[in-house]
Design a protein around this ligand. Structure first.
Ligand code: URA
Ligand code: SF4
Length: 209
């Protein structure tokens, strides 16, 4: 499984956005409304990397426009990061879900699906050329560092760009943090979870200066 044959050569972001609609690199295109490419300036100093589009993103065709995106944008503002200066994307471009009646319930993508989708992310990295990459949650962390990655251990301090994805021209720092959807799920610990997200994003904000 790989998206490689659907990724155009030397693409613009508009090229990627239209080409991803044709992708058959894994089975996830079948039940999704559309592919959701990243969004933001190219180049950009900071890339924010989530898991996959959610229900709203799948319908609207843009990343982080649903409830998790609301938390993310609030946290970026509280950390002093201009959301307009960031490029936001996901490791997987189609929404993986199951049906419960009419409701579409999020399901995390498998590592095979993440691997299949990686050529799109590689193309985005070539365009965005970020100085730093913020990993939002475990799926993004595992996509870069492998299955042993744990957000709880890795979060809050700058990491080196993984050797496995070494590139001659790209060497951004990496900052891992919790996924903003964890704030939505946290109930009692909601404020503490949110504060942790903001504290981590402040580390990224400082590294950008
Ligand atoms: N969660 C993600 O990881 N990405 C989105 O785009 C929306 C929700
Ligand atoms: Fe292609 Fe990624 Fe969609 Fe799978 S999830 S079909 S690899 S764009």
């Amino acid at each position: 499984m790989s998206a490689a044959e659907w990724v155009p050569e030397s693409p613009t972001l508009a090229d990627l956005r239209s080409a991803v609609q044709e992708c058959r690199g894994c089975e996830l295109y079948r039940d999704a409304t559309q592919g959701v490419m990243g969004e933001g300036p190219t180049p950009a100093p900071l890339m924010l990397l989530g898991e996959q589009p959610g229900d709203r993103e799948d319908r609207e065709g843009e990343p982080f426009v649903g409830p998790a995106g609301g938390i993310l944008h609030e946290a970026l503002a509280d950390a002093g990061i201009d959301p307009e200066a960031t490029y936001t994307t996901n490791v997987v471009k189609h929404f993986r879900h199951r049906l419960s009646g009419k409701r579409r319930i999020h399901q995390a993508p498998t590592s095979k699906q993440v691997g299949a989708c990686a050529p799109w992310l590689a193309a985005e990295l070539d365009l965005v050329r970020p100085a730093g990459v913020v990993l939002l949650g475990g799926t993004a962390g595992k996509a870069l560092y492998g299955s042993s990655f744990r957000v709880g251990e890795a979060r809050g301090h700058l990491l080196d760009w993984p050797e496995a994805i070494a590139s001659a021209t790209l060497d951004p720092w990496v900052l891992a943090t919790t996924h903003p959807s964890a704030v939505l799920r946290a109930e009692d610990e909601r404020q503490a979870t949110y504060d942790g997200l903001v504290a981590d994003l402040k580390v990224a904000a400082a590294a950008l200066k």
